[in-house]
Design a protein around this ligand. Structure first.
Ligand SMILES: Cc1cc2nc3c(=O)[nH]c(=O)nc-3n(C[C@H](O)[C@H](O)[C@H](O)COP(=O)(O)OP(=O)(O)OC[C@H]3O[C@@H](n4cnc5c(N)ncnc54)[C@H](O)[C@@H]3O)c2cc1C
Length: 163
């Protein structure tokens, strides 16, 4: 990916990145539908093993995003948290705090029932912080998308110092 503008806002500490992944609840999934961009907001789960980030999504078994991914599995994603607007003395000093993660990867529609059940547990863990178990029946009625993340970056904008 390109180098980041406002480099001082980049986050490289993996513990800080984990906080953003835990706190954000909605991921914006960017896809390429033929020659058009297509973006879908979704809840997500993640796993991070030996620095390898994997994202887990669930949804209906039909629809445009599944068709798009089957045709072109290259995806880009973004999630953010810590959104608080702040005021300034002039319009250009207004702003918003945020922390965000973005990355690119390859999406795959998972068919293995055991992996689908694990994916739903990962999703619920990220969304609620709680452990849930799923049976075959529940896993069969949803589609699961796994994103193998090739590269990701994180950035934040803290609130401006007062005075
Ligand atoms: C905060 C949030 C969290 C969500 N979490 C999930 C999730 O975890 N899993 C999940 O499957 N879905 C989730 N959704 C719904 C998701 O955004 C899509 O609507 C859904 O996944 C269907 O996508 P699709 O590509 O199959 O669309 P289709 O149903 O095939 O849609 C066809 C067309 O409908 C329109 N459309 C589809 N979705 C939306 C939308 N959200 N807003 C406006 N127009 C739309 C678009 O024009 C699209 O081209 C969430 C939505 C929001 C806002």
């Amino acid at each position: 990916m390109n180098g980041m503008t406002r480099r001082e806002r980049e986050i490289t500490d993996i513990n800080e990145i984990i906080k953003i992944l835990d706190e954000s609840k909605v991921l914006h999934l960017g896809m390429v539908d033929g020659d058009e961009p297509y973006v879908v907001p979704m809840n997500y789960g993640y796993t991070l093993e030996n620095g390898k980030l994997t994202i887990w999504l669930h949804g209906a078994k039909r629809g445009r995003k599944l068709d798009v991914i089957r045709a072109n599995p290259k995806v880009f994603f973004e999630m953010e948290c810590g959104i608080t607007p702040f005021e300034g003395e002039v319009a250009c000093k207004y702003g918003i705090t945020y922390a965000s993660v973005m990355g690119r990867g390859i999406a795959e529609i998972v068919e293995d029932i055991e992996i689908k059940k694990s994916a739903l547990s990962f999703l619920m863990k990220t969304q609620t912080g709680k452990d849930f178990e799923f049976d075959d029946k529940l896993a069969e009625v949803v589609s699961i998308i796994r994103i193998d993340v090739a590269e990701f970056t994180a950035k934040h904008r803290p609130a401006p110092k007062k005075g």
